[in-house]
Write a protein that binds this ligand. Structure first.
Ligand code: SF4
Ligand code: SF4
Length: 606
């Protein structure tokens, strides 16, 4: 290419950047572009500034002005009339575009710490991302950004993990788990329909951290969850958030939403990843321009809920080492996940120590904003990590816990660089380690013997009671089991009773709280399925009375409710929690799965 042609191409790209900037302007971005009064209050909020004292080129307001000057020159009347006076200037050379690339990709992790320290509400990180998108649209970006974006566009995940490798890893982890739990029935279900939860992960887990997949599977299994993982569209990370490419962001988010919809999942659970959570739950619907008809939740909330509802039990003495918590910028500052991870940590660890500052004021791990994929900026990144290293060291903790795979990499790198005596882990690993797995006993199948000879007084031969078969041909061991179904909705009551009877159980019915007490004492069922909303005596009180009755030590209780908020009526009582619960609407498969699981629980006296 001749020098003249190359120059012309650069000029064309510069013009495209200017034109596209005009299309990207909206109230939020223009507000941030015009509101800065250059007070400098944001300066020391930035970890790059703290690591490079005296170097003004790292100050958020200085960096923002490199983008702001283009806006002023082309889209603000002051800059068009008095460009020099207001510092307006265009981009028209290769050097201009390269300088912009160095700032927006190499001197900011889009952590938003300066944003919350700005009295004028300037959100520099938002228009820094926008500027990245402008450059990406004309092909100007660090090589790592180009490679990762290409993998996510073409292979469907940002680490280029092939489908067979992903499925092999799930199979491998399933085998590991079966061995660990000595239970060949433990599964990592793939592409199961109509599950409560579709679980999506970061491809980093497949490539470098498969144990996190097994740990999550262990937790789902012990909680008796109906869950699955999709074989396609399983990556919840989204490089569009880092590159500023909204089209990529929309395409990736849509792929994941479609896989949940195809599997008819009720809830999408996102494994511990800050940018994955933010882009999937918060930004994705806007990028994809679609409404999402299911609930999206961080796995941190899922695990916390399991403990609160008594679906899993944990023993914090299994995690005795001092731990601290690093707030991922995306989870905390951008999505407000501050307290839940701390609540969970305190339940599963003996010695939790805060790092200061924390929550919204926490410093970036310095690997955020896609920084880990841009090798050319590594020395700059590690230098800026000095403040984070100091924060970590001051806690004296052995482990730093974070709910973000990106932060795991950023922190691991800086811990190695600054030679800190510390390791990085995630909540899923700690919860799995603390999990108390109650001993299971096989539930005997009581099949009446078929008499060899027909007694004279019995006119017809006695048929052997068959072991009922489930929808997928599995044996349903409810023969000989006595189950009291308590529900005041006639249709629901009939449905539950029919399913249990079809599977061999002897079923009794109750429609009020008082009837439950009466029937339990009279019929001594093995299991009570208890609707939380019934007339008569308060169901929470009924539950407590049953739990305190020494004659009913062996009674297993499975809560059934369509109102999750009512569960606290049960779980906040100082008696043994229920052995299981099922959300309404109930389907046959989940009911049977949960009743079988409840029957298998063995209690140990403290
Ligand atoms: S704190 Fe806000 S107004 Fe002050 S310099 Fe920073 S961005 Fe500008
Ligand atoms: S977003 Fe974070 S990295 Fe970027 S300028 Fe602000 S404080 Fe610095």
């Amino acid at each position: 290419m001749s020098v003249t042609t190359e120059k012309a191409e650069k000029a064309l790209k510069a013009q495209q950047v200017i034109d596209l900037l005009g299309e990207k302007l909206n109230r939020q971005i223009v507000g941030s572009l015009v509101a800065c009064v250059h007070c400098g209050l944001c300066t020391n909020a930035c970890h790059y500034v703290l690591a490079n004292p005296g170097d003004v080129t790292y100050a958020p307001a200085y960096k923002a002005d490199r983008i702001r000057k283009i806006f002023k020159r082309h889209y603000d009347w002051t800059g068009r009339v008095l460009p020099r006076w207001v510092g307006a200037a265009s981009v028209n050379s290769e050097e201009d575009l390269e300088e912009l690339k160095d700032i927006v990709f190499g001197k900011c992790t889009n952590c938003r710490r300066c944003t919350i320290n700005c009295p004028m509400g300037v959100d520099y990180a938002t228009f820094n991302r926008m500027a990245r998108g402008l450059l990406v649209s004309v092909g100007i970006m660090p090589e790592g950004v180009a490679v990762v974006s290409k993998d996510q566009w073409e292979i469907g995940n940002q680490m280029g993990v092939l489908k067979e490798d992903y499925l092999d890893t799930l199979e491998w982890m399933e085998e590991e788990l079966q061995e660990e739990l000595e239970d060949p029935s433990v599964k990592i279900p793939v592409d199961s329909y109509d599950c409560e939860i579709v679980y999506s992960i970061n491809p980093r887990e497949v490539k470098y951290d498969p144990r996190s997949i097994a740990d999550a599977a262990k937790i789902f299994h012990v909680a008796g969850e109906s869950w699955t993982m999709p074989s396609e569209g399983w990556d919840m990370t989204n490089f569009g958030l880092f590159s500023g490419d909204d089209a990529l962001g929309g395409s990736v988010a849509q792929r994941l939403y479609e896989s949940v919809e195809e599997l008819r999942g009720r809830k999408l659970v996102i494994s511990e990843c800050g940018h994955g959570y933010r882009s999937t739950r918060c930004e994705g619907p806007n990028w994809a321009k679609q409404d999402v008809p299911f609930v999206m939740e961080s796995s941190v909330l899922t695990m916390l809920r399991y403990i609160k509802e008594g679906r899993i039990k944990v023993d914090k003495t299994r995690n005795p080492e001092p731990v601290t918590f690093h707030d991922s910028c995306n989870n905390a500052r951008s999505c407000g996940l501050f307290e839940e991870p701390r609540e969970l940590l305190k339940l599963v660890c003996m010695d939790f120590r805060e790092m200061y500052p924390n929550r919204a004021e926490n410093y970036c791990c310095t690997g955020g904003g896609g920084a880990m994929s841009m090798a050319e900026y590594t020395p700059r990144r590690l230098k800026s990590a000095a403040i984070k290293a100091r924060q970590l060291e001051e806690t004296g903790a052995d482990f730093v816990v974070t709910s973000c795979h990106n932060c795991v990499d950023g922190l691991t790198d800086l811990i190695r660089h600054y030679k800190l005596p510390m390791k990085v882990t995630q909540l899923v690993n700690l919860v799995a380690n603390a999990l108390v797995i109650e001993e299971k006993v096989s539930v005997p199948v009581e099949v009446p013997e078929v008499p060899e000879a027909v007694p004279a007084e019995v006119p017809e031969p006695v048929e052997a009671v068959p072991v009922a078969m489930g929808a997928e041909g599995e044996e349903m061991h409810l023969v000989g089991r006595r189950i009291l179904v308590a529900d005041d909705e006639p249709d629901q009551l009939e449905f539950l009773c029919a399913v249990l009877e079809d599977n061999g159980a002897t079923v009794f019915r109750a429609t009020t709280g008082d009837e439950v007490l009466e029937m339990v004492r009279a019929e001594k069922p093995d299991v009570l399925t208890l609707d939380l909303h019934m007339p008569g005596r308060d169901v929470g009180e009924v539950f407590e009375l049953l739990r305190k009755d020494p004659d009913l030590e062996d009674l297993k209780i499975c809560i059934i409710t369509g109102k999750p908020e009512l569960r606290r009526l049960i779980y906040e009582r100082s008696v043994r929690p229920p052995e299981g619960y099922v959300d309404k609407p109930v389907d046959e498969k989940r009911l049977l799965l949960n009743v079988r699981k409840v029957l298998e629980v063995v209690h140990h006296e403290a």
